[in-house]
Design a protein around this ligand. Structure first.
Ligand SMILES: C[S@@+](CC[C@H](N)C(=O)[O-])C[C@H]1O[C@@H](n2cnc3c(N)ncnc32)[C@H](O)[C@@H]1O
Length: 586
């Protein structure tokens, strides 16, 4: 994505290796002097071209895991590396690069280190500490430790300017933050899923607010005086038992065993063998660990998990490779004739083989092609289990209400049948199966949604008809395609009365979309994002391009301002934050 950005610098990882005489330069600024410069960061992470590509570990063997590759831009690794650079200081990092020491950890693999934690990485929820060895400084990344704590850690993997370490012991704990009696999961500390169970919920929300603050400070390129005070993080009504989707993995049988089964030489599997792990990644590894319950998942999913695990165990001889399972919380589907025969009402998914459990009026669907049904406020949604839908049903009314209230600041005076004054038209870009379109439709006369997945668009159309009785006055249309294509379709919408919602995947939106949305000029834009770092980059781009557009005849002096910004907690107990930015054309 960075390379397609109109303001990309010419240097890129490829150019760096094509010009070995060029000295690798570090020029990431925590507060970029020029907007958007940080987008080319991967170039800064390139190993010096002449450097070897692997290191030897303490036993003199090649450590194949040390791969000097630039991380994917705006991936967790990329953001983490930028945080590491900010902590070490750019001048110091530049001196390491100059001496070709930036990949050269001053510690052996498996060294034990006593450290004082400096801060939590907002991107991953892990802690960062500076370790000193002689005159060398290096950052150690450790899970499950808190600022100010004295910890003992064991280094297990080296990376660029930092090493990853297991937490062996908390020597002095931050008792203001840490209370292990809060932890509700037997796997906490071993499973990579949750990072924050030892914290109060208030502290988790504070940390997520800080993540939003840091992201806009470091990655938006927006002048600090144009960034509003970041609002408090909106809480999730449920802090455990909220996850409506789990995707446990398992690894395939060892090849030797597969061969023995083929030859009929190995006994049939009755109980779960030790090598078979069905669950989530263990902290800091790609290894799967066994998980038999997940307290952040809903009750029906927890009821279904042992059933799904047993099915895998019974059938493991049929697998050559591992796989990812799917468990989705759903309301039972009514018989098709009850709601017409729209595509998402197809009853095939409710065949008993795809329902792993029932609990308290909910079922657990395990078939990717199955249909899932959820209620959000007064509306019903159906979608194919393998497609996107938000995973915390309890937080969806707060999320959609917040977005509606941002579009209509005086909406407290409106009712579902008497729309508030303000925009009359809504464009829902990246609309999935129509969550925002349908939840907000009562406030608009016309709604248009666009989404890449044709299957999600079929679901969105079905959802509009499923909720038709709640939407008597709205005209709603959906189209499948790239989000930027929507602007050709809605060219006749009155711009001053149009609101635009953008809710892209983690990689954010793109230059083509931003160029067209700026030219279109909806009066209000609400950007919802599951990756605040790409959101910060995109909002920076939108403000910069709209300032330029304002100078043109078509722009008529109007530009977007960032009116409000806050996080919303869709994933309690984890470091994830959903971010909502509201832009107004003034
Ligand atoms: C974070 S989800 C949001 C979906 C929806 N707004 C919701 O809340 O349920 C992002 C959606 O963008 C879709 N998507 C990804 N790339 C796209 C593109 N280039 N154009 C349109 N939609 C895209 C994905 O299929 C996914 O449904």
């Amino acid at each position: 994505m960075a390379s397609t950005h109109p303001r990309s610098r010419s240097s890129s990882p490829a150019t760096a290796s094509a010009h070995p005489e060029k000295k690798p330069r570090l020029d990431i600024s925590p507060e970029p002097a020029e907007p958007l410069e940080v987008q080319d960061a991967p170039a800064d992470y390139q190993a010096p071209p002449s450097a070897p590509t692997s290191k030897k570990n303490a036993k003199g063997k090649k450590n194949k895991r040390l791969q000097r590759r630039a991380p994917e831009p705006f991936s967790s690794d990329d953001i983490l590396t930028r945080e590491v650079i900010a902590l070490l200081g750019q001048d110091y990092v530049q001196s390491l690069i100059d001496q070709k020491l930036d990949w050269d950890a001053p510690f052996e693999q498996f060294a034990h280190l006593d450290l004082t934690v400096a801060c939590i990485s907002p991107s991953t929820g892990e802690s960062l500490s500076i370790a000193q060895s002689g005159d060398r400084k290096w950052v150690i990344v450790t899970p499950l430790s808190l600022p100010g704590e004295r910890i003992r850690a064991r280094v297990y993997r080296h990376a660029h300017l930092h090493s990853h370490a297991d937490l062996l012991e908390v020597l002095e704990s931050n008792s203001e933050w840490r209370d292990m009696s809060r932890v509700q999961c037997q796997y906490f500390g071993k499973c990579a899923g949750c990072q924050y169970q030892m914290l109060s919920y208030e502290k988790q929300l504070e940390l997520k607010r800080d993540t939003v603050i840091q992201a806009y400070k470091n990655y938006s390129g927006i002048s600090p005086d144009l960034v509003p005070t970041i609002g408090p993080t909106i809480a999730s009504p449920l802090q455990y038992g909220y996850r409506t989707k789990l995707t446990p993995h398992f690894q395939g049988p060892p090849h030797s065993l597969q061969k023995a089964w083929k030859r009929g030489e190995a006994p049939a599997i009755e109980d779960k063998p030790d090598w078979l792990k069905i669950g989530f990644h263990a902290v800091g590894t790609r290894n799967v660990m066994d998980i038999e319950e997940c307290p952040i998942a809903t009750p029906v999913i927890n009821k279904a998990l042992p059933v799904v695990r047993d099915t895998v165990i019974k059938n493991i001889t049929k697998y050559k490779r591992g796989a990812t399972l799917l468990l989705r919380d759903s309301l039972p589907l009514p018989p098709p004739e009850a709601e017409g025969d729209g595509p998402a009402a197809d009853p095939s998914p409710s065949s008993s083989s795809s329902i792993a459990a029932e609990h308290d009026g909910h079922i657990c669907v395990t078939d990717q092609k199955g249909t899932v049904r959820e209620r959000v406020g007064d509306m019903l949604f159906q979608y194919t289990a393998g497609t996107f839908f938000q995973n915390n049903n309890s937080a969806l009314v707060p999320l959609t209400s917040y977005v509606r209230d941002a579009i209509f600041p005086s909406s407290s005076t409106s009712t579902p049948t008497a729309p508030a004054p303000g925009p009359t038209h809504l464009v829902d870009a990246y609309c999935g199966s129509g969550l925002f379109s349908i939840m907000l439709a009562p406030a608009f006369s016309t709604v248009a949604g666009i989404e890449l997945s044709a299957e999600s668009i079929r679901a969105a159309e079905h959802n509009a008809s499923l909720n038709a009785s709640s939407l008597p006055t709205s005209s709603i249309s959906f189209m499948s395609g790239d989000a930027a294509n929507i602007f050709a379709t809605v060219h006749d919408f009155p711009r001053a009365q149009t609101a635009l919602i953008i809710d892209p995947p983690r990689k954010g939106t793109d230059a083509r979309f931003i160029e067209q949305m700026v030219a279109f000029g909806a009066s209000t834009v609400v950007y919802v994002s599951c990756n605040v770092h790409t959101q910060a980059r995109d909002v920076g781009m939108i403000l910069a391009q709209s300032a330029a557009h304002a100078q043109t005849e078509a722009g008529a002096g109007k530009r977007y301002v960032l009116e409000s910004l806050c996080g919303l907690d869709l994933f309690p107990q984890t470091a994830h934050v959903e971010a909502i930015a509201v832009l107004r054309l003034v």
